[in-house]
Design a protein around this ligand. Structure first.
Ligand code: GTP
Length: 225
């Protein structure tokens, strides 16, 4: 709307460092700092082609694995115990600043139910990021992630998408069970050329801290980009 002022971007959406990975075994990038040339261009507000303006993220995976819940935790810091199936697609836009340059993340939530697949797949095109989600407590949903990824990649140009494999509902497993499933998931991630994460939308930021690596919740949130 003309003349409408946007509220400032919230503090946890100001990105000044490269996000850390969940585990080095399956990581898409190992840099810890932005390129000096990019940093200086952004600081001087002469970002030109350097600055990212917008990215489209598409979240895919079986029904009930927790795609909507993950997006709600990330965008609204909320969790709903009740299941409401996504009909077709839904989307959220999150505003960020990367090195002071405004950046929008467009997150598309797609339905996992077979009957909505043809509606949802119409929105796969133009994705920069594909998140394939599975339920850590249901190994079959991990096995299906390769098909979901194939379908999403078919609609996009080769090598244009960053892929994430995300295990959900971490709170429902013991640490030992989680580690066992993670070992399997890491093999999938390597084959899918995906970065791996385990998360819980229920427990949110505190329980998302990786005890092994000591990463903070904000790292998890940034990496969900
Ligand atoms: N315990 C626990 N339950 C979760 C978690 N994430 C999601 N759930 C529950 O799992 C159910 C399904 O979650 P949704 O987010 O609706 O699943 P979805 O993948 O979006 O499902 P579709 O829209 O049908 O594709 C809901 O009852 C959620 O409350 C989690 O981290 N922990």
């Amino acid at each position: 709307m003309q003349g409408q002022q946007l509220s400032p971007v919230s503090r946890d959406r100001l990105i000044c460092q490269m996000p850390k990975c969940y585990t080095a075994e399956s990581c898409l990038q190992y840099k810890t700092h932005f390129d000096a040339q990019v940093k200086s261009a952004c600081q001087q507000r002469h970002a030109g082609n350097f600055g990212l303006k917008m990215s489209k993220v598409v979240m895919v995976g079986d029904l009930y694995v927790g795609k909507t819940s993950l997006i709600n935790r990330f965008c609204k810091n909320a969790f709903d115990r009740d299941y409401k199936a996504t009909i077709g697609v839904d989307f959220e836009i999150e505003r960020f600043e990367i090195l002071g340059i405004p950046y929008n993340l467009q997150i598309w939530d797609t339905a996992g139910q077979e009957k909505f697949k043809c509606i949802a797949s119409a929105y796969y095109r133009g994705a920069q990021v594909i998140i394939t989600a599975f339920d850590l407590s249901d190994i079959q949903t991990l096995e299906h992630t390769k098909h979901w990824l194939q379908d999403a990649l078919k609609e996009n140009e080769p090598d244009t998408c960053s892929v994430f494999l995300v295990g959900t509902k971490k709170d429902t497993l013991s640490e030992a069970e989680c580690e066992r499933t993670e070992r399997d998931a890491l093999k999938f991630a390597v084959e899918m050329k995906a970065e791996y994460w385990s998360v819980s939308a229920k427990t949110g930021s505190v329980a998302w801290q990786s005890t092994i690596l000591g990463y903070s919740s904000s790292d998890v949130e940034v990496a969900a980009q």
